[in-house]
Design a protein around this ligand. Sequence first.
Ligand code: ADP
Length: 671
Amino acid sequence: MIRWIKASGAGILAAGVCLGAAAWSDARELAGRRAELQREARLIASLVAAQMQGGLEKHLTAMRQMANLYASSRRVGEGQFRSYAANTLKLNPACLNIAYVDPALRIQRSYPLEAARWRPVFDARSHPPGYETVVRADRARKPMLSRPMQLFGGTWGFVLAVPVVSGSHLLGSLVGACRGQEYFDSLVSREVSERYEQVVLDAGTPIFMSDLPGSSDPSVAPVSEKFVIGGAGWEVRVSPQEHVVRDRLTAGRPVFWAMAWLFSVTFGALAGGAALWAVGMSNRLQTQRAALVEARTRLDGAQEQLIQAEKMTALGDLVAGVAHEINNPLTGIVGYTQLLIQRRLPPSVHRHLETISAEGQRIVKIVRNLLSFARKHAPEKRLIDLNEVVEKTLELKAYHLRSNQIKVVEELAPGLPKTLLDFHQMQQVLINLLNNAEQAMVESGRGHTIRLATGVVEGHIHLCVSDDGPGIASDILERVLEPFFTTKKEGEGTGLGLSLCNGIVQEHGGRIRVESPPGEGATFIVELPIQQKAASIDPIPEPFAPKTVEPLRVLVVDDETSVQEFLTELLGMGGHRVDTASDVPEAIAKIAAGAHDLIIVDLKMPNGTGRDVYAAVLELRPRLARRLIFITGQATGDDMADFLAATGNELVLKPCNAGEIEDAMARAARN
Ligand code: ADP
């Protein structure tokens, strides 16, 4: 929608710009045409003025010649006057009449009209212009033109008076009367009159106006041309007729505007199309950019995760190695302590041995927890009590939390129903939640208690991990479970912890909820369904019945002398005959020699593994294959776990106590 609005805007703008440019060019063209019209009018005005001046000059010259004749011949006969006057009138068809008046303005001769017709023309009272003109001419001894005046019979025109002077003596005046309209009409061609309105003024008073229909156009100013003749200042004003201006100004404009509109609409449509394409392209680029940024963020997160996973693998290997090294001597310590406790010793020694045994068991627990945390294995759900996961995890985290002065309050519901859980995955979830709470409290310097509560709510097992730390702002509460969402500094948080936890819990058919009322810290609630259907996955070990184990011939294969010796003594006490081997070749040689009822073999040894011993037993003494007990001080990897599952044989973890060994022997002896 916005794309279309933008495109339409661009189209309208482009069309508007085109129309604006067309209007500007049109205005310039009009101004040019007006200027052109004005230039033409100026030309016409000067032409008309020149013609008018020329005509008057001609008339004047003819009148002067007559005046010269009068001045030179003193007595001019009637015939002579008429012939001259007729010739003069021929030269100037607009001239009505020529008269000769004496200095007292009495008409002496007149042609072609009788003298009586002239009389009113020189009446100082009724026709002052005629009278005054002749008087001015006589006084000045120069030809003079009258102002517009009424001639004979009411005709409007003007007179030209030329004094007849002999020496300095005034003899009289020759006066020519011209009809204004005819005079001017004869000077201006019809073609010009049709196109231009002309006004002739004498000292500002109009004496002639073209009488054609139509009026001048006010948009083109009139131009004027002035000249002086016979003491009169005449002005010719010319302006183009309205229709001329209209024709000139509108010529070609409809076509121009049609083209301009067509071009504007086309250009607008093209610009709109281009804008639509550009906006679409820009949107696509933005989307691609956002996708790239997201992909980059995910890649960075995945890389971080990989680095983290690699670190964890290295840590797991380290822990497993250390645990293995501790387990062998620990087996001796714990085992011998138990053997000693069974002897009759002074009570104080017995008490000390009890303490050593209890502390030894504590170390055993810690090492086993470390091992189970480091163990790499495929998801494996068993019927487990969630409280057990909580307790084992707390044992792992206890030291760390204590060193940060964080108190842990446990409110674990007794008799929590077991459910199908992957112990290690659930441990990972809890460790993540504890780590987050711990980090939030340490970083903010707020809070000092973590509360762990379990229980059953509406048929679901609940695990609540609450802290009294800074809590989570309501605007990000919804987002904390999203992958890559973190508020921690770069390098400190990946934003994957909670999303992994959520994934694990969802895989168990449950969910994680987060609550953080303002000022009350954060609470993560893990809800798990109660699932017990696949209980057969986790076979419940049969109770130990030591009395059922008959004395057996047992081969103990272990490279650790302390373990060998402890097992020899333990089994000896149980009435068994014990043979030992310190590596695989020795063990195979002894198995080949025969005479054993049961074999206890360490999984990891120099020159081969427990698997090699098992393979040899399968080959040499197949009936003994199910009577082989594996012991190990190290975490079992996925392939080893698969191997053990395939054989179905017993596995005892070092450090082991007498009970565990006897249990395993009792079960193996039944095979
Ligand atoms: P990370 O710890 O790498 O940031 P998580 O997914 O574990 O990734 O956590 C996401 C975000 O949730 C954290 O950055 C933090 O802002 C918030 N958060 C999680 N647990 C808590 C808590 N207990 N108190 C306050 N904030 C928490």
